[in-house]
Each structure stands twice: as structure tokens, then as C-alpha cells.
Design a protein around this ligand. Structure first.
Ligand SMILES: CC(C)(COP(=O)(O)OP(=O)(O)OC[C@H]1O[C@@H](n2cnc3c(N)ncnc32)[C@H](O)[C@@H]1OP(=O)(O)O)[C@@H](O)C(=O)NCCC(=O)NCCS
Length: 153
């Protein structure tokens, strides 16, 4: 647990980090859809996903060690998750980017598309039970981006 907490702190400097309670929280499908990227002597990445209701999977968090970025580890973590999702009755894989620039190019490279239409954003918020926070996602003050990858069925 110490290694994953240290990687998380380094990956999100100046932001709220996750504690053991976040990593260990029980969520539907989480243990089959979350991955560690392990090199012989160190943890170099992780991804945490789950399957909330409504045939959707969601990426909660992903990080790669600073000195190992750009070598395909993030791609591999997402591809492992997509492979684990393939046999499940899941139509879409979603995630949120908390500010304008963060990691958008990474998700573009991995075949996600940004949701911009208000009705799609509303649908996403309803599926995730987040309608009370819609100001953060819709309108001129919106600062969060939502990405989706539709899964072939
Ligand atoms: C985002 C993150 C997980 C990417 O991991 P990574 O191992 O460096 O990514 P990869 O090397 O697998 O890159 C996969 C593809 O995304 C592209 N990519 C990665 N980061 C990118 C960026 N910041 N901007 C544009 N493209 C990017 C790569 O060029 C690569 O494209 P290709 O396979 O077509 O050549 C990593 O940078 C990280 O941990 N960032 C800090 C934590 C964070 O921001 N997490 C996401 C929160 S929303």
C-alpha cells in the first residue's frame, strides 16, 4: 500500500491525494477492472475502474510514475481494462478530466472522445448520480471534461 500511495502523491502534486480508504473501497467490478503495472523491483503505474449501474464502466484514477511516462504503460493499463470489459455487458467506458489540459491528449490517443453536448453530459451525470454538481460540467463555468469510449458489442 505504501508504494501505491507514494506513486499517487507524486502523480497529483498539489491536489487531493487518495488514501488507503479510496484504494480499498469496495465498488462493483473493481477488483477485476483495476491493474498495477509492476516492474521487477517497483510499482510504476496503476489504474482503478469499476462498473456502476447502467451498462457503464468508469475509470476513477490512473497514474504512471513520473520517470516512466511516455513508454506505453498508461496505454497498457487502459488496454488491459478494455480487455477485461470485453466479455461484460458494458456499452461504454467513461472518465473525467478535472481541468482543461490534464491528460486530454492521452485519452484522445486511446480512442476516447470528449462529450460536449448538453444532453450527453446530463445523461452521464444521471448515470453517475451527480446531477447536483452539474454547474461544474455545464455552462460557462464548466471546468471538468468528460470522455467516453464506446465499446463494440
Ligand atoms: C496520463 C498518464 C497516465 C499517461 O501515462 P503514460 O504511460 O505516460 O502514457 P503512454 O506512454 O502509454 O501514452 C499513450 C499514448 O498517449 C499519448 N500521451 C500520453 N500523455 C500525453 C499527453 N500529456 N499529451 C498528449 N498525448 C499524450 C502518448 O503519446 C501515446 O500515444 P501513442 O501510443 O499513440 O504514441 C501519465 O502521464 C500520468 O500518470 N499523469 C499524471 C496523473 C494523471 O494526470 N492522471 C490522469 C488524471 S485525469
Amino acid at each position: 500500500m505504501g508504494e501505491i500511495l507514494a506513486l499517487d502523491r507524486a502523480a497529483f502534486p498539489g491536489e487531493p491525494t487518495w488514501g488507503p480508504e479510496n484504494f480499498l473501497a469496495e465498488l462493483p467490478g473493481k477488483w477485476a477492472l483495476s491493474f498495477l503495472a509492476q516492474e521487477p523491483s517497483e510499482l510504476v503505474g496503476f489504474s482503478i475502474s469499476s462498473t456502476p449501474p447502467e451498462r457503464t464502466a468508469h475509470l476513477h484514477r490512473i497514474a504512471v510514475a513520473t520517470d516512466r511516462r511516455g513508454s506505453g504503460i498508461g496505454r497498457r493499463l487502459i488496454e488491459e481494462t478494455l480487455a477485461a470489459l470485453a466479455p461484460l455487458p458494458i456499452d461504454r467506458y467513461t472518465l473525467e478530466v478535472p481541468d482543461a489540459q490534464r491528460a486530454s491528449g492521452f485519452y484522445d490517443a486511446l480512442g476516447f472522445r470528449r462529450i460536449v453536448r448538453a444532453d450527453e453530459i446530463e445523461d452521464y451525470l444521471a448515470r453517475r448520480g451527480k446531477t447536483a454538481k452539474r454547474d461544474a460540467y455545464l455552462g460557462p463555468r464548466a471546468d471538468r471534461r468528460i470522455y467516453v469510449r464506446e465499446l463494440a458489442r
